[in-house]
Write a protein that binds this ligand. Sequence first.
Ligand code: TZP
Ligand code: MG
Length: 213
Amino acid sequence: MRPFDLSVYLVLDPLLCRDLSMVETTRAAVAGGVTMVQLRDKEVGTARMIETGLALRAVLAGTGVPLIVNDDVEAAIAIAADGLHVGQEDMMAVEARRRIGPDMILGLSIETPQAARAMNGTIVDYVGLGPVFATPTKADHKPPIGFAGLAELVALCKLPAVAIGGLKVEHAASVIAAGADGLAVISAICGQPDPRAEAARLADAVRSARARG
Ligand code: TZP
Ligand code: MG
């Protein structure tokens, strides 16, 4: 498995990316300092995921930034992505690991202490914890957990952890203080007038939060 850094984890959303495509948003965000990129598109099938994924792979080649595919194991394998991210309602983590093999990064969404306790930590490489705040970006999200809930899940999971849900640059210090390794964001980067500058602000905020911690 390739090494990964959860500090600033960009989750792509094709609708929010608007005028800039997901590919152009990624190019800008990586120049600004994002450390992970996830292709997440709930509206399209595997063929389209593969097409976009290959374009993203080309943009990320040589940057050291891993490409993670949300939910679509076939697409993840077809494009030789660096990783796969699954939610609780998606394929079981065990089945996902079986399909992708031992070397691909596997991320799992955890929303409750029950899910954290039920997780098989030996087959998962990192957890996505949240939503920290309510967010219009995900229609059907679970109740927000806040920073106290985030700290509880970090402690239960004992794995590299990235927080998600309504996070902006001003939340970086609290996310790091809760014990997470970084912030996953959609709307803080996708659809922003200057995704590169927003990514740089997030990367700086995480760096200074760590330096202070
Ligand atoms: N999972 C939990 S909240 C969320 C996902 C995919 C959406 C996060 O989007 P935003 O715009 O960063 O709040
Ligand atoms: Mg999913």
